[in-house]
Write a protein that binds this ligand. Sequence first.
Ligand SMILES: C[S@@+](CC[C@H](N)C(=O)[O-])C[C@H]1O[C@@H](n2cnc3c(N)ncnc32)[C@H](O)[C@@H]1O
Length: 309
Amino acid sequence: MINTNNLINPISSNKLNTNEINFFSGIPDLYFDDQNPLTLKQSEFYDNVKFPNFDDIEDFGTLLGKSLNSIFVSKIDNEIPYHSEILEAGCGTGQLSIALSRYNRRIHSIDLSKGSLIEGKQFIDKNEIKNVQFYRMNIFNLCFPNNYFDIIISNGVLHHTYNPELAFNKLSEKLKPGGIIIIGLYHKYGRIVQNIKQFFIKIFGEKLKFIDKRFSDTVSEKKLYAWFKDQYYNPHESKHSFSEVIKWFKKNHIEFINSIPFNFNFNDKIFDKKPIPNKNKLFLKEISLMFDRSQIYEGGFFVMIGKKS
Ligand SMILES: C[S@@+](CC[C@H](N)C(=O)[O-])C[C@H]1O[C@@H](n2cnc3c(N)ncnc32)[C@H](O)[C@@H]1O
């Protein structure tokens, strides 16, 4: 499914030829360094912490069933058009990409972590899924042409990079005019409770892990290990706000469409345009995330959706 004629060397901007591409476990390694030590640190970290975990997911049906339990996933799956060309940046083990792979969509899934990509590739091979293509690639050095994708998704990734705004700019370049970008980030206030837990767990270690409600869930040890490492031992994270992302949108000619939880309404389509809340309302809503139980459980997360003009 890879059309090598379309891939470019991000350093020289020349087309890549097949001889330049190395493969590991059948996955093209198109990693180009960005001179920032954090990128390789994250690559090593997620090589060990494969996120999200496939532990109790045997086949495509189980993965789809579990994924569609999430309102977010089921809504985007309903609304992303047939035949869309999709980029998932920072796909981890690729579960979201695989869940969206019906309806003849073509999914290009990139990550730094060889270990996570190999798990995703083994799953698609076993389940004979042909329209998801994994690549090892760095968001800061993307090998795709500009204005190429109908949909770009990057969930829980940019806040682990050395420069989330630059990473967002790089992704926006690859979006077609009229295309949709979906970004999930840690929230400035929504994550405060998680930061307090991080503080105590750093001091007292794993014996305090019961303060994280996830540890009362009945999930596998491997899943808990991935969550624990990702939340408490990640080499780097940053936190963001609605208005900050609106500024990134404006600089990249992205029109605001919707956000979770700020404008989200269960009964509406997720890609239907919503107004930007006024400043006072937004401030109260952002502050209230500190006390929101689902935010605390999810680790303080928000999603912004925009459309390129
Ligand atoms: C918390 S995991 C999220 C995985 C998946 N998106 C999810 O929602 O479960 C963050 C992922 O971002 C990847 N990542 C971090 N920096 C990256 C970069 N510069 N380029 C590509 N992927 C990156 C990591 O390797 C890791 O798999």
